[in-house]
Write a protein that binds this ligand. Structure first.
Ligand code: ADP
Length: 384
């Protein structure tokens, strides 16, 4: 009995001594690590905080090109992986900086991460940090570059889009002159001339409208407007085309919703959606237009049973001049600017636009606008 007790006591003692020893080892290791950081005085104190505060991605490389510090952005951009720089181009620049002692700045196209297929456009700057280290700063310019490209494309597209109908007008005028003695031909050419000049008028009007909207951040003089009236005016503008295609436009019941805004712009935006719903639907189809008030938001919904839009194209349909099917859009007199205009109109009204679509089933576009409160009853009574 006694001997068992002794064994237990010595076992407990042994464990306690062992645990104490482990703790000592751990503390010693921690101290050692901290000491190692202190003996690297060339990495300035506080570089972590500086890297965190930077909007650009940043990393510090030691003389063997190991990444000793990296900001979160450098990791999420895929520049640093497993404490190494992912891209050989960056390593080369780091070597150059060490060799020459001069900082370098370059624009590079790099893969996004070690396994990524996508590429990104990055502006990098590398410079020496103390005597042993190199600091790398990288700014992701992919989005800025894309926007710049979109802007350049817009100008190129305008010229291209205008050239086609202008050339057609010239050719048709010539043909008309030559066919002066053939009344049937004259009528045919004259009618095509009218179509082309109509296209030119619409195109120039929409380009001017879009340029104006893009230069405008907010409404200058918003008015209190009745959403049901806006919807009725927009639908009226599409009646003739819808009737010709035997398409029924069904308008839901009145909502009584009010918004602050510009009536002409809002009618144009809703009309663009209704016109698209009609244009991209087969003959005899049905288009639904409804207004709903939902927790301070007015939702104007335009639904069709038309061709629908593939998911891959959904993000692009609001871009200027983007058309899923060039031929179909041209046939319906589309300019590819309609949805761009809608997006801008909605934006300057403090709202947004959403789309749901399924190829073959149809599409639903929803404009969401902040609802304006109804004026106090006395104020209505005051109006003459
Ligand atoms: P467009 O003048 O060509 O109609 P939009 O900017 O209005 O230009 O629309 C861009 C493209 O989005 C259209 O060319 C068409 O491919 C697609 N689209 C827009 N609305 C619809 C819809 N209701 N159903 C199917 N496709 C649509």
């Amino acid at each position: 009995m006694e001997s068992t007790g002794l064994v237990l006591v010595s076992l407990a003692l042994g464990l306690a001594v062992g645990a104490g020893f482990m703790t000592l080892l751990h503390v010693a290791e921690r101290h050692g690590r901290r000491a190692a950081e202190v003996v690297n005085p060339a990495v300035p104190d506080g570089i972590d905080q500086v890297l965190d505060a930077l909007e650009t991605a940043g990393a510090v490389l030691d003389p063997s090109n190991n990444v000793v510090k990296a900001s979160q952005a450098a990791v999420s951009m895929g520049l640093v992986w497993n404490r190494q720089l992912v891209h050989p181009e960056l390593l080369e620049l780091a070597q150059r900086v060490r060799r020459t002692g001069e900082p370098v700045s370059e624009n590079l196209v790099l893969s996004r991460g070690p396994f990524g297929d996508a590429s990104m456009r990055v502006r990098v700057r590398l410079a020496r940090l103390g005597t042993r280290y190199v600091l790398l700063l990288a700014e992701d310019r992919t989005e800025a570059f894309r926007l710049d490209e979109v802007r350049r494309d817009f100008v190129a597209n305008i010229s291209h889009e205008l050239k086609t109908p202008i050339a057609a007008v010239g050719l048709l005028a010539e043909a008309l002159e030559q066919a002066a003695d053939e009344p049937v031909q004259v009528r045919r050419f004259a009618s095509r001339l009218t179509t082309e000049s109509g296209r030119l008028t619409r195109l120039t009007q929409e380009i001017i409208e879009l340029s104006r909207l893009q230069a405008q951040d907010a409404l200058t003089e918003p008015e209190l407007l009745n959403v049901d009236t806006i919807v009725a005016s927009a639908v009226d503008l599409s009646r003739v085309v819808a009737d010709a295609a035997k398409i029924t436009i069904a308008v839901g019941k009145k909502s009584g919703a009010l918004v602050n805004g510009d009536e002409r712009l809002l009618v144009m935006a809703v009309h663009n959606l209704v016109a698209n719903a009609v244009n991209y639907s087969p003959e005899g189809a049905r288009v639904g237009v409804g207004v709903r008030r939902n927790d301070g938001v007015v939702e104007i919904t335009v639904t069709d049973q038309g061709v629908g839009i593939q998911e891959a194209d959904l993000e692009r349909i609001f871009e200027r001049f983007f058309r899923v099917d060039q031929a179909r859009s041209r046939h319906t007199g589309g300019t590819g600017l309609g949805l761009s205009i809608v997006k801008h109109v909605v934006q300057i009204h403090g709202g947004d636009i959403r789309v749901w679509s399924q190829p073959g089933s149809g599409s639903t576009f929803t404009i969401r606008l902040p609802e304006a409160p109804h004026p106090a009853p006395a104020a209505i009574g005051d109006t003459p």
